[in-house]
Write a protein that binds this ligand. Structure first.
Ligand code: ZN
Ligand code: ZN
Ligand code: FE
Length: 765
């Protein structure tokens, strides 16, 4: 029998601890009647396995194909060694705590097994809101430090009862070494309070919370990575009062529905969107509205899309089961503050927003908002990368030094690198606000400890006034690399696609400081990890009032009209101009004429704003990018239809670097308005023209440089028409198109690019 006795030493790296990897190996060894042992080290999982040669081969093959649900394997090393004559297969304890190379699992939604137990009357965890197992539950948000062991998590105060302990110790149990394992006898509990901190005495806080939601109350509900504010999405006045109290005028509110069937009653999903909704990460997915009348129109006013997610904690399942078509589940924060995570803070910060508080006694250690994704041109496009994805690294093409990159300002994230890992943080938010800045500094410190990273240099945006830049300037003794905003955008796209060498980068963005002191954002760069050349950009247009022009797109509308038609532009008989207050119009006109408080911009985001205003879509925005978004929503949603429309004229000046004239676009738009052309056609033509313009430029630059890879990046690429149109056209031209699938195209992905550039510059001295 033992003619072919062989042995192998196997090392496995990645997310392989705290995810049931050792029991998985134990069972696999049993299946093939192999002997040996499996254990954890600071670096990963070590296996010694011996037995029949053929079975050993099958075992090794299985390791490469199969894995436990939450495991994420980055490397498998297999080595032949002499057999040692083991008599059985055993699970060894953790060995050594040398170098930390273990990755940390993101939080994962309740698995099917646990969900079944949750609704099983005979189960001892029936309706228990903290049910979890090795395959599911909280991870990143409860971890203090590595190794991932219960005493180093916020489960520390809960001492496991005998039954839970027996599960925890049994290698064949689904809860073997499940650190957050708990039951109603020994684990956390939910409680209900009113907004004066009076505890509501009830045998079933969850049922009582459902009753209050049904009555139209606003509830603050403690979740996985923070609190949500919740109302019944069908209740118009409840949704309206939530908006009023949260000072959130029009920005869409995220929804949560019990299952795909519930979602299908109000939104359209294709198979890929269904898969994305049902994935373990449970992101908010942007879906087209189907029967919007089923929900309050105030959930996402003026927007054909809804942000929807499925339940991801047992508490969510209990709240939603057969109770609501959907609940509004929006991050609980005061305007411009980060999401609230602890109970005390919730009472303090949310008392004038929420009527009641459904809280629990397990602490959230790490703040982590819901992630937001959409599906465009066959791929997943992150809008916000956070819960479920962070702190999973982006895998780089090669090992890099340890680097901290500080990101930009809006939608800030930070990045820390080590080996070939780029750990992009969860979404942190808008750094203009002090409380977000604290979250930023805390996250840097926490991630450095968690992943054992001591940066050798710091990368930051070139903008001197960003708080992220100021932070970098305060870190003395480390070399600093100031990195141009749009170069970082291109590098971010390169990093996630594993591209090196030179690429053509089309950057369609809102705001980023250029090397000439102007605000860039409609750029084509020829860029590598170390350098870039600006080979084309939009012409400069004044922004009357500076940053105010971002919040008031009418200012950009006026500025483009003035630029193209001179004084006549302001006096023209256009519906848009007639909506403006004469005095305001006069002041803005003077600013442009006298060049007072009028920074110059080549930003495509501002061109979208200007066109949106001129068409009459809106003069003011209540959230970032609103006018551009609504301009997109005005266009026909069928790409072929958009591309079949006659484009506006466009041209560029062929100097050393090409200057693209914004004027012809504006002229075309104004002519259409005067001819009474429908706004949907105007928006369609505008989008189609931009797609054509960038395709032609990319082709020309490709011919000139011999480069055939084009990276599409920058916040404006959240625009589905622009993204899918350029992917289609550029691929048709035989160019390789690099796009964002792992990190956002917006400033949420910029820290990754900064890190990649800094690593090259550092290496080159
Ligand atoms: Zn589970
Ligand atoms: Zn227990
Ligand atoms: Fe940007």
């Amino acid at each position: 029998m033992m003619m072919n006795l062989k042995a192998k030493h196997i090392e496995i790296y990645g997310i392989v601890q705290g995810v049931g990897y050792r029991p998985f190996i134990f069972n696999l060894a049993g299946k093939y009647a192999l002997k040996g042992s499996v254990g954890n080290t600071g670096k990963g999982v070590l296996i010694h396995v011996e037995g029949d040669d053929d079975k050993l081969a099958l075992f090794t093959k299985s390791i490469c194909i199969e894995k436990p649900r939450l495991a994420y394997v980055t490397d498998v090393l297999v080595e032949d060694i002499p057999p040692e004559g083991y008599s059985d297969f055993s699970i060894a304890g953790s060995k050594g705590k040398n170098e930390i190379r273990t990755l940390v699992s993101p939080d994962m939604c309740t698995c099917d097994d646990c969900a079944a137990e949750l609704f099983d009357k005979a189960d001892r965890r029936f309706h228990y809101p903290f049910i979890n197992c090795t395959n599911c539950g909280p991870r990143y948000t409860i971890i203090d430090k590595l190794p991932y062991d219960r005493p180093y998590t916020t489960m520390k105060p809960f001492v496991m009862c005998d039954r839970c302990h027996a599960e925890y110790d049994n290698p064949s149990d689904r809860r073997f070494h499940a650190q957050p394992n708990a039951c109603p006898d020994c684990g956390p509990h939910v409680m209900l309070f009113d907004n004066k901190r009076n505890k509501i005495e009830t045998a079933n806080p969850v049922q009582e919370a459902i009753r209050l939601l049904k009555k139209g109350h606003i509830l603050a509900i403690k979740g996985l990575g923070g609190f949500h504010l919740s109302v019944d999405a069908e209740n118009d006045s409840a949704v309206q009062s939530l908006r009023k109290r949260k000072l959130r005028e029009e920005k869409p509110l995220a929804l949560m529905a019990f299952d795909l069937e519930a979602i299908s009653s109000f939104a359209i999903m294709d198979e890929k969107e269904k898969a994305l909704l049902s994935s373990f990460e449970r992101p908010v997915v942007l879906l087209k509205k189907r029967f919007p009348e089923f929900l309050s129109s105030h959930v996402a006013p003026q927007n054909p899309y809804l942000g929807v997610m499925l339940p991801y904690t047992p508490l969510h399942f209990l709240l939603l089961e057969n109770k609501f078509t959907a609940l509004v589940m929006t991050s609980a924060n005061r305007k411009d503050e980060p999401i609230v995570i602890d109970n005390e803070n919730a009472f303090e910060r949310l008392q004038d927003i929420a009527d009641f508080f459904l809280i629990h006694d397990r602490d959230i250690r790490v703040r982590c908002d819901d992630s937001i994704l959409r599906h465009v041109s066959g791929d997943t496009r992150p809008v916000r990368r956070s819960r479920g994805y962070a702190p999973l690294p982006v895998f780089l093409k090669r090992d890099v030094p340890m680097i901290l990159s500080c990101g930009a300002e809006l939608k800030n994230t930070i990045c820390l690198t080590k080996d070939n890992f780029a750990f992009l943080s969860q979404h942190l938010g808008d750094l203009k606000y002090m409380s977000t800045y604290e979250f930023f500094t805390d996250t840097i410190a926490r991630m450095q400890t968690l992943f054992d990273i001591s940066p050798v240099c710091i990368a930051h945006d070139r903008h001197p006034d960003y708080l992220s830049t100021r932070y970098a300037m305060e870190q003395h003794g480390l070399p600093r690399f100031p990195i141009q905003h749009h170069h970082a955008h291109v590098a971010s796209c390169m990093a996630e696609n594993g591209a090196d060498g030179d690429v053509i980068g089309i950057v369609c963005d809102g705001t980023g400081l250029g090397d000439d002191g102007h605000i860039w954002g409609g750029e084509i760069l020829v860029a590598s990890e170390t350098r870039y050349e600006r080979v084309a950009h939009f012409s400069y247009t004044p922004m009357p009032g500076g940053d105010t022009a971002i919040k008031e797109p009418w200012r950009m509308g006026l500025s483009y009209l003035y630029q193209v038609f001179g004084e006549d532009g302001i006096l023209m008989d256009l519906p848009f101009l007639n909506t403006l207050d004469d005095q305001k119009k006069q002041i803005a006109g003077d600013m442009i004429r006298k060049q007072i408080n009028t920074p110059l911009t080549s930003s495509l985001g501002r061109l979208f704003d200007g066109v949106a205003a001129i068409i009459g879509i809106r003069n003011q925005v209540s959230f970032e990018g609103q006018a551009a978004l609504e301009l997109e929503m005005t266009a026909p949603c069928d790409l072929e239809q958009v591309l079949a429309m006659p484009p506006y004229e466009f041209s560029w000046e062929n100097k050393k670097k090409r200057i693209i004239h914004a004027g012809p676009f504006i002229k075309g738009v104004v002519a259409d308005i005067k001819h009474g052309v429908d706004p949907s056609v105007i928006s369609g033509r505008f989008h189609g023209s931009l797609i054509l313009l960038f395709s032609r430029l990319a082709k020309e630059i490709s011919k000139e440089t011999g480069l055939n890879r084009v990276a599409l990046t920058g916040g404006v690429f959240q625009n589905t028409i622009l993204l899918s149109g350029l992917i289609r056209n550029l691929s048709k031209e035989g160019l390789t198109v690099l796009t964002h699938r792992l990190v956002p195209a917006n400033d949420g992905g910029i820290a990754l690019g900064q890190a990649l550039i800094a690593s090259s510059l550092y290496r080159n001295g």
